[in-house]
Structures are given as structure tokens and as C-alpha cells.
Design a protein around this ligand. Structure first.
Ligand SMILES: N[C@@H](CCC(=O)N[C@@H](CS)C(=O)NCC(=O)O)C(=O)O
Length: 237
């Protein structure tokens, strides 16, 4: 059994899809990042960067005690290695999957995140920042579109690279992207969306429009402030 911590966010959907694809039993543990639950000491013991997702594997292959893993890319690799699935064993195939997994972790995820922030959440509209990150997101969509020309999936067979990239495209409205501009991405996106495991992972997902945050939520999410409950040692987890 694996505990997976987090809610309805793109980074959490990555391992959720992997758990469904791999048929691993799991239990979802919500972490309300708007309330600052990511700063609770018990959660920080699992995820020291105070971010979701994180997992705890209660049946690790080494037979030892519960094994915590944070960072969505690390979780995907951990699960793929555990199940020997969705990542090739040969050096070239594995390198290609890891390349695109790192492309997602270092490029697509952070740039979409910043584009979404400056387009939707920054208290003032800063054209330079909006353009900088929106242009970078479009560039990255172009890179993925070129990669997918003549390819069914990103790196060989369907893999953890696809599971990493797909959820951020689910939130494309936040980043100002129209899929019709990227026909290879559009075709691949629909193919991944149609997978039964992906449908199960998103069964209770309600599309979230860009939100309006209270000052307290802004302080927790964007201002680096820990809420008082966490400072006082909230032991919810
Ligand atoms: N690189 C991390 C990023 C995780 C991340 O940014 N998670 C967001 C939700 S998608 C979060 O936990 N935010 C809480 C906060 O900013 O305090 C990963 O891929 O796991």
C-alpha cells in the first residue's frame, strides 16, 4: 500500500496516473496547500520541500520499513523501477525516458507554473513577466510538438515521460495555450486521456479555473510564510 499526499494539482496527477497504470494499491491523503498543511512537521518529515506530491511506500521491495519519496519525477522513477514498467531496461531506451522526464521537471512544469502565476495570480500585471513565461511555454509546446511528429509517445512506448508531461497540459487554460496550435501534442494528449488508468486517476477531477486567493492564502502560497498552525506543531499527518 502506498500513501499519496496531495490534491488536484498537475504534479499530484503524475504519480496518481502511475499508480493506476501500475495497479499499485494506494490511499490518497489530502494536503490543503491553501491552508498551509504542507508546512505541518509530520508532512515535512516526508516532503522537506513543503510541496506535494509525496508518497510513503509501506511495501518497499527491500522489505524494510516505510519508504518516503518526494518530488514527482523521483516518485515516477521509483514506481517505474519498483514495477519494472513504463521505463525500458536497455540503456538507450531508459536514457530517452529520463531525458524527457527531466525536460518536464526542469522546463515544462516550472515554466507553466510561472506563466500561470504571472498571468493569473500576480497582484499586478507585469507585461515583461507575462510575456517572458508565456513565450517560454509556447516554445516548450513547440519542442514537444516536434518531438511527437511521427511518434505515438514521447520516448518509445508509453512511459513515465508521458505521465509526467500530460497533467500540465490538462491545465493549459491557465497558461494561455490552445492545443489546436500544436497538432501532434493534441493527438498525443487525446490518446493519453483515453487510457482507462488516466480516466480512473482523474475520476473526481473538477476543472479548476484560475482562483482568487485571500491575503492569508497568498501569504502561505506565494509569500513564503508558514501558517501559525504549522509553527505550533500541527500533527495532523
Ligand atoms: N518539483 C515539485 C513541484 C511540486 C509543487 O510545486 N507542488 C505544488 C502543487 S502543484 C505545491 O505543493 N505547492 C505548495 C506551496 O507552494 O507551498 C514536484 O514536481 O513534485
Amino acid at each position: 500500500m502506498i500513501d499519496i499526499y496531495g490534491g488536484q494539482t498537475p504534479n499530484v496527477f503524475k504519480p496518481l496516473i502511475a499508480l493506476e497504470e501500475m495497479g499499485e494499491a494506494y490511499s490518497r491523503i489530502p494536503v490543503d496547500i491553501l491552508k498551509g498543511e504542507q508546512f505541518a512537521p509530520a508532512f515535512l518529515a516526508i516532503s522537506p520541500n513543503n510541496r506535494v506530491p509525496a508518497i510513503v511506500d509501506h511495501d518497499p521491495l527491500d522489505g524494510g520499513g516505510p519508504l518516503p519519496v518526494f518530488e514527482s519525477g523521483a516518485i515516477l522513477l521509483y514506481l517505474a523501477d519498483k514495477h519494472r514498467a513504463f521505463i525500458p531496461a536497455d540503456a538507450r531506451g531508459r536514457a530517452a525516458v529520463v531525458e524527457w522526464l527531466m525536460w518536464q521537471m526542469g522546463g515544462q512544469g516550472p515554466m507553466c507554473g510561472q506563466a500561470g502565476h504571472f498571468r493569473n495570480y500576480a497582484p499586478e500585471k507585469i507585461p515583461y513577466a507575462i510575456d517572458r513565461y508565456s513565450n517560454e511555454v509556447r516554445r516548450l509546446y513547440g519542442v514537444l510538438d516536434t518531438r511527437l511528429a511521427g511518434r505515438e509517445f514521447i520516448a518509445g512506448d508509453y512511459s513515465i515521460a508521458d505521465m509526467a508531461c500530460w497533467p500540465w497540459i490538462l491545465f493549459r487554460d491557465h497558461h494561455g495555450v490552445a492545443l489546436a496550435d500544436f497538432p501532434n501534442v493534441e493527438r498525443w494528449y487525446a490518446a493519453v486521456e483515453a487510457r482507462p488508468a488516466v480516466r480512473r486517476a482523474l475520476a473526481d477531477y473538477q476543472p479548476i479555473p484560475p482562483m482568487t486567493f485571500t491575503d492569508a492564502q497568498r501569504a502561505v502560497l506565494f509569500g513564503g510564510q508558514r501558517p501559525q498552525a504549522a509553527e505550533a506543531g500541527d500533527e495532523r499527518h
